[in-house]
Design a protein around this ligand. Structure first.
Ligand SMILES: Cc1cc2nc3c(=O)[nH]c(=O)nc-3n(C[C@H](O)[C@H](O)[C@H](O)COP(=O)(O)O)c2cc1C
Length: 371
């Protein structure tokens, strides 16, 4: 792989020689271990801030402080493990969003990737800091245009944009109607449309494309549509260094294509995951949480006593505590949680669990062979 991906044009410009971003994966699946392993291979590693405070003793009493403390520790650890590019993924609806952004700026992470909703305030929060590059995650050219409009008020453009298509794992920025129209809502075409917005604006920022990119040939293909690099999540879950527990990796290794499907999360968003008994029961409305930690704004996974008709309508009758389900998955308790996964998760069994180094060697070879 010869062509380089560069983020930014100033003295803090970041080079990502492998042109691969590791997607942030909450809860606790991409921390300093995975992020530094990817960075050491010339990729960009991402610490996921979502639910990161789960092992802090005061997380239930002091969510914001505990979470940003845990994030700081992971950033410090990552910086000790690599000189490569390491950033953080912070989801807009997280209660600790602003505190986490502050921690990232103070600790000098190379970039903040932010999605889950439109990161309208990120440029404002970063203020005059130019060292930490800002990468909004969008699923449409419209979302990207809205961000540009708002950020211009702060005198700043994004340093790059992560365009996530409908085949990704995790929450998706698409409605059921949009998912049913793959001719229009496919990653390649969204990349082309975002590229048009960038050109019209007269700016020079790279697109990092995400969602369903699994092989080196996929990377080459999406670059032919105007992306400068790729973000991968699913393929990195089953690396030795990923912080997913063995049970989570097994869910990937043992699943078949038909097990991977769309779920409705309490956040009122669709997501892609490996279907299991927990999700079946949650979708049937049998998993009401006892307590709400108010960790995500707009989440409807509230206690049984407050599951109103309106909430039930919003989440398709499936309120469950989203964070608790993902914390359980992080602990390997798959009976009480589930695994988010992209469309290609069933392919994990082709290689089994391999190191990030082995994976990057495979991706390089596939990329070269697809020329
Ligand atoms: C298990 C899992 C957890 C994820 N968690 C997050 C998250 O917390 N925040 C986020 O912005 N994206 C999240 N994503 C999306 C990834 O960052 C990435 O964009 C996506 O996985 C790319 O698609 P792929 O899985 O097909 O490679 C997650 C994806 C997976 C598979």
């Amino acid at each position: 792989m010869t062509k380089k991906l560069v983020i930014g044009h100033d003295k803090y410009a970041l080079e990502v020689p492998a042109r691969i971003f590791q997607g942030g994966m909450g809860v606790g699946l991409s921390l300093s271990g995975l992020a530094s392993a990817v960075a050491n291979e010339g990729g960009a590693g991402t610490i996921s801030a979502a639910g990161i405070g789960m092992y802090e003793p005061d997380v239930y009493e002091n969510l914001i402080e505990a979470s940003s403390r845990a994030l700081r520790k992971e950033i410090v650890k990552a910086h000790a493990l690599t000189d490569g590019v390491v950033g953080a993924n912070i989801m807009v609806p997280q209660a600790e969003y602003e505190a986490d952004v502050q921690v990232c700026l103070e600790e000098g992470v190379h970039f903040i990737a932010s999605g889950g909703a439109l990161p309208m305030t990120l440029a404002e929060l970063a203020g005059s800091n130019r060292k930490t590059k800002l990468l909004p995650i969008v699923s449409s050219e419209r979302a990207f245009r809205l961000i540009l409009k708002r950020w211009k008020r702060s005198g700043r453009y994004p340093d790059g944009v992560i365009v996530e298509g409908p085949n990704a794992g995790g929450h998706l920025g698409f409605s059921r109607e949009e998912l049913a129209n793959p001719d229009y809502y496919c990653l390649e075409k969204i990349v082309v449309r975002v590229r048009e917005v960038i050109e019209k604006e007269g700016i020079d920022i790279p697109i990092i494309a995400a969602g369903g990119i699994y092989t080196g040939a996929d990377i080459r293909d999406i670059m032919s549509h105007g992306a400068s690099g790729a973000q991968m999540g699913t393929r990195l879950v089953t690396t030795k260094e990923s912080e997913a527990p063995r049970e989570f990796k097994d869910a990937y290794l043992n699943c078949n294509q038909e097990d991977i499907g769309i779920i409705e999360s309490p956040l009122g968003l669709l997501g892609r995951a490996i279907k299991n008994d927990f999700l079946e029961q949650a979708m049937a409305g049998k998993k009401h949480p006892k307590k709400c930690f108010e960790c995500i704004s707009g989440c409807a996974g509230v206690g049984e006593e407050v599951v109103t008709e309106e909430v039930t309508k919003l989440v398709g009758g499936a309120p469950f505590c989203y964070t608790m389900a993902l914390v359980n998955a992080k602990k390997g308790k798959m009976k009480h949680g589930f695994a988010f996964a992209g469309v290609n998760a069933y392919r994990a069994k082709e290689t089994g669990i391999i190191s990030v180094h082995e994976l990057f060697e495979i991706l390089k070879r596939e990329y070269e062979e697809s020329a």
